[in-house]
Design a protein around this ligand. Structure first.
Ligand code: HEM
Ligand SMILES: [Ca+2]
Ligand SMILES: [Ca+2]
Length: 333
């Protein structure tokens, strides 16, 4: 009797144990599945293509040494990618007779640049690891490496994005905010991407580097009162009331090639180049406080900027088996 009971007991314990181990196995599988699915990770290429990060960095540095502005242009490409259907390299697809891309959308046309550099970096990546590194990840890495080289903060870029097979000119037209935006439309535009007011103000600090065309700031320097008069005057020479639409001016008139906090100091002096820049500090806006903080504290700006770049880089990535790894960033495979 007691032997029988013992045997029964043993079986029960065995059954329980195997049930538990099955459950455990399931949980481990589910865990790894949930963890990897849809989530980016800084180590994505560490075994798949260990040289990927150093290749991008080396090429970005070479490109900036060749032309300083490229750093700004690469940073902006990542922004214009992520705000349209997520960070999926949709912005890099060329228009063809049968395909409408994003390059000719109003915010991009005659404005975004850096495609030759992207092609060059991609060619190097394809040579080292064919079909492995996505164009979307290339843009995220190039943005970070540009910021770092120009004196800004660094951060670990989350990776594992894949490339789209589609693009949307109409979404590019509606999702990327125009320079005429007021603060409330900027806030709602960023909120639509799950980005906060803090993200908006920190990311706008990107305008500490790079250039804008006359057509982007003309109405500001002729028609607005919330601009330093001497500053407006100094811009009118190269940006007349009509014509010369493509003449360029520095977004940060003090240190246009250094990633620092002078953009915010300019705003305090009513010397923001774009209307949308000055909207972040107009005496009434909810962003005023953050602008003052960043103008007085480079460390706070750098910390928030790095976090905001990670947030922006997380916008709707394609992962797993979604999309593809483009061989040529300009066209689908
Ligand atoms: C907050 C809303 C924003 C507006 C309204 C805006 C608007 C603009 C405009 C109009 C230009 C000049 C384009 C031209 O005249 O050709 C520009 C340039 C630039 N933007 Fe923004 N931008 C915004 C946010 C951002 C963000 C979030 C980033 C990056 C994370 C960024 C990075 C840049 C850079 C680096 C340039 C200079 C590019 C170059 O010199 O090639 N901007 N932006
Ligand atoms: Ca995109
Ligand atoms: Ca600067």
């Amino acid at each position: 009797m007691s032997l029988l009971r013992l045997a029964y007991c043993k079986r029960e314990v065995f059954n329980m144990a195997s049930n538990y181990s099955l459950l455990l196995l399931f949980l481990v599988f589910a865990g790894t599945f949930l963890e990897t699915k849809g989530k980016l990770t800084p180590k994505f290429y560490s075994s798949k293509c260990p040289k990927a990060l150093s290749i991008v960095q080396e090429e970005v540095v070479a490109a900036i040494k060749n032309e300083t502005r490229i750093g700004a242009s690469l940073l902006r490409l990542h922004f214009h990618d992520c705000f349209v259907n997520g960070c999926d390299a949709s912005v890099l697809l060329d228009d063809t007779s049968s395909f409408v891309g994003e390059k000719t959308a109003a915010p991009n046309n005659n404005s975004i640049r850096g495609f030759e550099v992207v092609d060059h970096i991609k060619a190097k990546l394809e040579k080292a690891c064919p079909g492995v590194v996505s164009c979307a990840d290339l843009l995220a890495l190039a943005a970070r490496d540009s910021v770092v080289y120009l004196g800004g903060p660094s951060w670990k870029v989350r990776l594992g994005r894949r490339d789209s097979t589609t693009a949307s000119r109409s979404a590019a037209n509606t999702s990327i905010p125009p320079p005429t935006s007021n603060i409330s439309s900027l806030i709602s535009n960023f909120a639509a991407q799950n980005l906060s007011l803090r993200d908006l103000v920190a990311l706008s600090g990107s305008h500490t580097i790079g250039l804008a065309r006359c057509t982007s700031f003309r109405s500001r320097i002729y028609n607005e009162s919330t601009i330093d008069a001497a500053f407006a005057n100094s811009l009118q020479g190269s940006c007349p009331r009509s014509g010369n639409d493509d003449n360029l001016a520095n977004l940060d008139h003090q240190t246009p090639t250094h990633f620092d906090n002078l953009y915010y100091k300019n705003l305090l002096k009513v010397k923001g180049l774009l209307h949308s820049d000055q909207e972040l500090f107009n005496g009434t806006s909810s962003a005023d406080k953050l602008v003052k903080i960043y103008a007085n504290n480079t460390f706070a700006f750098f910390e928030h900027f790095a976090k905001a770049m990670i947030n922006m880089g997380n916008i709707e990535p394609l992962t797993g088996s979604q999309g593809e790894i483009r061989t040529n960033c300009r066209k689908v495979n």
